[in-house]
Design a protein around this ligand. Structure first.
Ligand SMILES: CCCCCCCC/C=C\CCCCCCCC(=O)N[C@@H](CO)[C@H](O)/C=C/CCCCCCCCCCCCC
Ligand SMILES: O=c1ccn([C@@H]2O[C@H](COP(=O)(O)OP(=O)(O)O[C@H]3OC[C@@H](O)[C@H](O)[C@H]3O)[C@@H](O)[C@H]2O)c(=O)[nH]1
Length: 412
């Protein structure tokens, strides 16, 4: 008898063998997605769209919904970028929940500057919808003129290539959604470097890899879709009962057999990045959402697929099966991973990054260590999600309640 006298030696060796097989599988699948996304980011990203299905006479109209809350120093640039797009048929639908919101002044200023652009402002949102972003967008969604709707959050900067790319990709009948992989525009400062390294490395690795093999993996930061298809599946407002409306509505379309396609242009988040803590809090919020939607994947496989954990697990497996030196394997794993992330980031960035290799390395280490912190913080209180003005309680399957003054308000 071994292992505290509970199980015999043979059972113990079976368990160890089983854990080693799992380790090989997790390592193998991770490497598979890394290779796919590396290849994908080099051949697919930043390519000009193939618009052969479009002509000047059949350019579809697009209703662009911009939910706003407060003003960031870069918000004006982001909003103006939409006014400046060279596309013949679009409307801008700005939304704010509060009539005192400072963003209203900014929208009015831009409307005066660009009187030819078709703009509407919706104030007040729609009562009864839990998700604050959907609450804010609901009136605009219901009044959208066109069949293509583009939801683009306040942190997103746009340009003509992006709108054209999304529209062209949506011309295929089996494509329901075209979404942008989250990424960041260049900004100075360590926190901005950490953000860029995460989105261009760790996230790109799975975001692109999953989409390349047609898994449903989409964030609601910037995505264009065919409104009639979503309306057949209850419409946007219905998904406002979930905090992760993006996951549930894209999954519904995906389950119906439609394709979700990644835009060739990563999303240009453009906000003032002031602290690493802000990044950490957002990642904890997202992870808590995922833990409630896919507990096994995000609670077990996801942490195991992070560089340090996977390196330790892989080194143990290599030692177990091949008698390889644990430390040499681990060192080679970390070194290769850093190189991979660096070149992956350059591909997503479409060229060199603005920070030095030493800054990259420091920020990369901080990001990897933060991933452990983020996991622990998320798992310690997986049901509580703070977003905007409220705190929410999310339960397994995504059911959401607003927590207000210690009492629960169920709006769904
Ligand atoms: C064996 C190695 C496999 C690695 C599995 C790692 C699983 C990692 C899961 C997600 C990481 C991808 C990051 C996607 C962006 C998520 C951002 C986010 O949380 N956004 C939320 C807020 O906007 C949004 O509501 C959530 C979207 C969820 C998307 C995740 C879909 C992943 C689904 C595919 C899982 C299959 C894994 C199969 C592994 C064999
Ligand atoms: O209370 C709020 C909070 C946010 N918002 C708006 O919602 C948009 C997204 O907000 P943030 O930038 O804080 O959120 P994230 O980018 O982290 O959101 C992401 O995670 C949660 C998902 O539901 C979203 O689809 C996804 O975009 C912004 O345009 C913001 O103005 C509101 O309208 N009301």
């Amino acid at each position: 008898m071994t292992m505290l006298g509970i199980i015999d030696e043979q059972t113990q060796s079976y368990i160890i063998f089983f854990l080693a097989i799992i380790g090989i599988l997790v390592y193998g699948v991770s490497v598979f997605f890394m290779i796919v996304s590396f290849f994908w980011s080099h051949v697919y990203l930043h390519r000009k769209p193939d618009c052969s299905l479009l002509s000047d006479s059949n350019m579809p109209g697009v209703s662009i919904i911009k939910p706003l809350m407060g003003v960031d120093p870069l918000l004006e640039i982001n909003l103006e970028s939409h006014f400046l797009m060279d596309y013949p048929k679009f409307e801008l639908l700005f939304c704010v929940q509060d009539e005192q919101d400072e963003a209203i002044t900014l929208v009015n200023k831009l409307c005066e500057k660009y009187p030819k652009v078709d703009v509407r402002l919706f104030i007040g949102g729609r009562d009864g919808i839990i998700n604050p972003m959907v609450h804010n967008m609901a009136p605009a969604y219901d009044n959208a003129k066109y069949d293509l709707v583009w939801i683009s959050t306040s942190r997103i900067k746009s340009n003509t290539d992006i709108i054209l790319d999304m529209i062209c990709k949506l011309q295929k009948p089996n494509v329901a959604v075209c979404h942008q992989m989250p990424f960041y525009l260049d900004q100075k400062g360590f926190a901005a470097t950490v953000e860029k390294i995460y989105f261009g490395g760790a996230m790109a690795r799975y975001y692109l890899g999953f989409n390349a093999v047609n898994l449903c993996c989409c964030t609601g930061m910037s995505y264009m879709f065919k409104k009639p298809l979503l309306d057949e599946l209850n419409g946007l407002n219905w998904y406002g009962r979930y905090l992760a409306e993006d996951y549930f509505l894209t999954k519904a379309l995906h389950d119906k057999g439609y394709r979700l396609v990644v835009s060739a242009f990563p999303a240009q988040q453009n906000v003032v990045v002031s602290s690493v803590c802000g990044y950490k809090d957002r990642m904890v919020r997202w992870l808590r959402l995922r833990l409630n939607m896919m507990p096994l994947v995000s609670g077990v496989v996801e942490p195991l697929s992070e560089c340090i954990a996977l390196g330790l697990y892989g080194a143990w497996c290599a030692h177990y099966f091949l008698n390889m030196n644990f430390y040499i394997f681990f060192g080679a794993h970390i070194g290769t991973w850093i190189l991979y992330d660096y070149f992956q980031l350059r591909a997503v960035n479409n060229g060199p990054v603005m920070f030095s290799k030493i800054e990259f390395l420091l920020a990369w280490i901080v990001r990897e260590l933060l991933a452990i912190w983020i996991f622990i913080e998320a798992i310690l209180s997986p049901r509580t999600v703070k977003w905007g003005r409220h705190t929410y309680r999310v339960t397994l399957g995504g059911h959401t309640e607003v927590l207000k003054n210690k009492s629960k308000v169920n709006l769904s």
